[in-house]
Design a protein around this ligand. Structure first.
Ligand code: SAH
Length: 465
């Protein structure tokens, strides 16, 4: 390790920045965020630095550097574009035993600025010891994405309640379990979505339960797993998947997505309820309730979006009745995923002003659909669960006034490595599909927008009819 990471208290200290360019402005911003008093010395200023002076956020001496300026400084940054000046500033500062940073010359100074992820009071800092700043910024981006923006609020909440929890729960084991529950569960989630008051209320409720020795309050996360590509998961979905004790998933959840579930979580396949011995007689709803009552964090992972043809609503209705806490995480629905990966915009100013998501899997038969409404001009239709009903769909659309030339696409296993697109017209699609061995799941898109695939396809070209 070439540099020891330390967090430096600079509140109300004077930071002297030598140089008035954009780099000086960036360093000034960081120092200001840590509540330092910033003084800039430079003969003239770049617009970014000038703006700070204009807003009276920093003070400015319009002159070249002189060693006497160090007398009032507690910390120094040499940020001119003149190497000799920077070296002079560093040498003088070292002599005066002042911490000094030299921009672009990390070894000459005594400290360097890391890339900062600010979730105050939580702060993470990343450095490559000056070797690869671009890589450091990339890493910061990655860390930014895994630490939710509301982490600071959570840390603040924990700080506020630490004493009370200590006084309320005698045993250190109970306290540890309590904080684990709070930091992994709905309390943390509310704090991280900026709902500080609700988080505090839930924390107090959990504390009451723990005080009464009742630790058996699990919760359920109804999570949309997207159409297949694991990169299409939301941060929130991933976070909850990684803190669940049990995961109930079905056929549509891709293997790559499942691989991201917490390693020691119990995985329960509930895809084919009839034949799967892993699931006893009781339905999925009862299972969810049972696990939650055992105090577990239960993730109900569903393909696409749980509220689009996913029966997600039905599952949480029972949870609501049973008084079990739950949260719902939206996912990218198959229509969005398949359309995006096929270069078929679902709406387009020239072709389509509305889009309808339709289920082709009906309790009786597909002619239950209001076909005349579906064939409205300027409308894209997306049929879920439509492979079996494809001939019926094309027949009904034509019978209700749709042109037999209307473009149609069938997307097979959209967004996965097996993604295939078949494009044809209402007239010809059934023949085309019959010539190929098509595997579920498939999605059907009908409308003028399908034509755009030819120009906009970027993932895989279509099999054309
Ligand atoms: N809740 C899911 C839909 C469940 S219904 C969602 O929002 O996507 C199941 C139907 O979704 C399938 O029959 C198929 O029509 C569609 N589907 C789901 N994933 C798909 C994929 N990767 N490619 C194509 N169609 C998909």
């Amino acid at each position: 390790m070439d540099f020891l990471p330390l967090f430096h208290q600079v509140r109300n200290q004077t930071a002297l920045i030598v140089g008035g360019g954009p780099v000086a402005a960036r360093k000034a911003q960081l120092l200001l965020e840590a509540k330092a008093r910033v003084h800039i010395v430079a003969p003239d200023l770049a617009p970014a630095t000038q703006a700070l002076v204009d807003k009276a956020m920093v003070s400015w001496t319009a002159s070249v550097y002189e060693p006497a300026l160090l007398l009032k400084a507690d910390i120094v940054v040499a940020a001119t574009d003149d190497r000799a000046v920077n070296h002079q500033v560093a040498a003088d500062s070292r002599k005066a035993r002042l911490p000094v940073n030299v921009v672009n010359d990390p070894d000459i100074g005594t400290f360097i600025f890391p890339a900062v992820i600010d979730r105050s009071p939580i702060v993470a800092a990343v450095s490559s010891s000056g070797a690869a700043p671009v890589l450091t910024r990339l890493m910061r981006g990655r860390i930014e994405s895994i630490i939710p923006a509301g982490y600071g609020l959570l840390a603040e909440l924990v700080g506020r309640y630490r004493k009370k929890v200590q006084q309320t729960l005698d045993s250190s084991t109970a306290r540890r379990r309590f904080w684990e529950r709070v930091l992994n569960g709905v309390v943390a989630d509310r704090a991280m979505t900026g709902q500080g008051d609700e988080a505090a209320r839930l924390l107090e409720e959990t504390l009451d339960h723990f005080q009464q020795g009742d630790h058996s309050h699990g919760e359920v996360y109804l999570v949309g797993a997207g159409p297949g590509d694991p990169d299409l998961l939301t941060f929130k979905a991933l976070r909850l998947m990684q803190q669940s004790d049990v995961v109930l998933y079905d056929r549509l959840v891709s293997e790559q997505v499942l691989a991201l579930v917490r390693r020691d979580a119990e995985l329960v396949y509930v895809g084919k309820r009839r034949s799967d011995h892993a699931v006893p007689q009781e339905g999925i709803n009862e299972l969810l309730i049972r696990y939650a009552r055992e105090g577990k964090r239960v993730c109900r992972l569903k393909g696409g979006d749980p509220f689009i043809f996913g029966r997600g609503g039905e599952e949480i209705e029972q949870l609501a009745d049973a008084g079990i806490q739950f949260q719902v995480v939206p996912g990218i629905t198959a229509a969005s995923g398949c359309a995006a990966y096929s270069g078929i915009p679902l709406t387009h100013r020239d072709y389509s002003q509305s889009v309808r998501f339709v289920t082709a899997h009906l309790k009786n038969n597909t002619s239950d659909l209001n076909w005349s409404e579906l064939v409205a001009p300027g409308q894209t239709l997306v049929f879920y669960m439509g492979l079996v009903a494809l001939p019926e769909i094309t027949r009904q659309l034509c019978a209700h006034g749709c042109s037999a030339d209307m473009p149609i696409a069938l997307v097979e296993q959209g967004t996965t490595p097996q993604h295939r697109v078949f494009t044809a017209t209402l007239d010809t699609i059934s023949d085309l599909v019959a010539q190929h061995d098509i595997k579920a799941p498939t999605l059907i898109i009908v409308g003028e927008v399908v034509k755009l695939h030819l120009r906009l396809n970027w993932f895989k070209p279509a099999v054309e009819g």
